[in-house]
Write a protein that binds this ligand. Structure first.
Ligand SMILES: [Ca+2]
Length: 116
């Protein structure tokens, strides 16, 4: 998450739930989501308020590695007011969903760990 639109300014990076965003509280103006997990963004602290669930809906391939991502240059692309996000959770917990629907992995495909 970024303080400015188009991924400028201070950054907040995370790979797990965040009940509050520290310096970026009420400041987030753009977002990049990576990986196959959905993320839910909330306008309230501790996963409250309005929410939207975001899936990565683009894939870029680097060698044999597929990278899923979604970029939102401003929060209106998510249907949220600018500078409104206060917490974020890994997983899809909102009825409002942005990005790709969950892909089925019925073919036995394993979800790859991002390698951290
Ligand atoms: Ca901002």
């Amino acid at each position: 998450m970024y303080e400015g639109t188009s991924f400028r300014g201070e950054e907040f990076r995370g790979d797990e739930d965040a009940a509050q965003l520290g310096d970026l509280d009420l400041a987030v103006s753009s977002i990049i989501v990576t990986g196959q997990a959905a993320w839910t963004f909330y306008t309230g602290l501790d996963y409250t308020g309005a929410s939207v669930c975001v899936y990565a809906d683009h894939t870029s391939t680097d060698g044999s590695i597929d990278l899923d991502y979604a970029r939102f240059e401003n929060l209106s692309e998510l249907g949220l007011p600018d500078n409104s996000i206060r917490s974020v959770a890994r997983g899809c917990f909102s009825e409002r969903v942005v990005g790709a629907a969950p892909r089925s992995h019925s073919g036995g495909e394993r979800v790859q760990d991002a390698g951290n």
